[in-house]
Design a protein around this ligand. Structure first.
Ligand code: ACO
Length: 325
């Protein structure tokens, strides 16, 4: 049995927030943001938008490409840390928007690694017979948890969604191998503590700004490079391939310096690491499917290509997957 990606799509808000716009809002500069991160602009959704709206737009494109109708979808997984509501799941809102009435739907939160975690779960659902066609969307409206008074995090994140359709295609190679890891002991490096059971919504919680993203950037950076290199090598070794076999590497789009360091340590040839973070910033679980969809549209990713994807995020979580497109 082979579980293949048969459709890819993405959707981002129209609203563009450039580094020059941020210069007017806080003590920062286009030069600092570009040099330290590679980001030039990001997309920001209008206030009151739902994460599931963007997931639905991305999903419709992925389903069109796959030629799969809503009634054919057996399961929907939404990877997100910015759900429409605390409950029900964003996947249930997405199901309703798509009219995918037969599907069972649930969210998965593994922060920026959520898309690769979801692909792994979807592959398992198909292989076990629990589903034949699965829709996976990575969708985030991170602007809803950005603290625009904190320049060290506010410049990094953006909004958007990507989606893929997964199906059993017996005679073709598909998702060849995935690897996932977590280390909960390092949760303090990157989190959004407010609004959960530990810090329920209260005036004090909001006054202390606990409902916003908090990050130790330097430590997160170091862990990201080490773990991304480890898990990418693990997937290559497990599948008996080398980095030279790869047609395209799509890492989580957090920081160009992280991607450059990882590509160098892996010995990846120039031009094989796909980058679109200059346009969107870090969109967490959405970053890899948005990049896959854009790469596909541009012809940088084609049918038959060997695609390597790797992500790292809060938890800490990290993972990688080797995919024949
Ligand atoms: N504009 C101008 N100056 C700034 C800004 C800003 N936006 N932000 C910080 N600075 C200043 C700092 O105050 C500091 O000044 P000081 O030297 O006077 O104290 C100086 O710039 C250097 O700050 P550092 O934090 O050391 O800068 P660094 O080079 O580490 O870059 C960054 C910071 C971009 C956040 C980097 O650490 C990073 O990318 N970390 C990883 C983030 C990441 O990958 N997250 C992934 C997962 S995301 C998820 O799971 C949701």
């Amino acid at each position: 049995m082979s579980v293949k990606i048969t459709g890819i799509g993405h959707a981002v808000p129209d609203g563009v927030l450039t580094n020059f716009d941020l210069e007017k809002m806080m003590d920062t500069s286009d030069e600092w943001i570009t040099e330290r991160t590679g980001i030039k602009e990001r997309r920001i959704a209008p206030k009151g938008s739902a994460t599931s709206e963007y997931a639905a737009r991305a999903s419709r494109k992925a389903m069109d490409m796959a030629g799969v109708g809503p009634e054919e979808i057996d399961a929907i997984i939404v990877a997100t840390l910015t759900p429409d509501m605390k409950f029900p799941s964003t996947a249930c809102f997405l199901q309703e928007k798509l009219g995918a009435q037969r599907a069972y739907a649930f969210d998965l939160n593994a922060a920026c690694s959520g898309f690769i975690y979801s692909l792994t779960v979807a592959k398992g659902l198909i292989e076990s017979g629990a589903a034949r066609k699965v829709l996976v969307s990575g969708a985030e409206l991170l602007s809803t948890i950005i603290n625009f008074d904190d320049r060290s995090t506010a410049v990094l994140f953006g909004d958007g969604a990507g989606a893929v359709v997964l199906e059993d295609v017996p005679d073709e190679e598909g998702i060849i191998c995935t690897a996932l890891h977590s280390d909960g002991s390092l949760w303090e490096l990157l989190n959004c503590p407010g609004g959960g059971s530990v810090y329920p919504i209260s005036k004090e919680m909001i006054d202390e700004k606990l409902h916003y993203i908090r990050m130790n950037g330097n430590e997160t950076f170091k862990n990201a490079v080490t773990r991304l290199v480890e898990v990418t090598r693990e997937v290559l070794e497990k599948s008996g391939r080398t980095i030279d076999d790869i047609d395209l590497f799509i890492p989580h789009q957090a920081n160009k310096r992280i991607i450059d360091a990882v590509a160098k340590r892996l010995g990846l040839s120039d031009g094989k690491a796909y980058l679109n973070l200059h346009k969107y910033g870090n969109t967490s679980a959405a970053s890899i499917p948005i990049a896959m969809s854009e790469a596909w549209e541009e012809g940088a990713l084609k049918k038959g290509d060997l695609l390597l994807i790797s992500a790292f995020g809060a938890g800490l979580t990290w993972g990688s997957a080797l995919i024949r497109m």
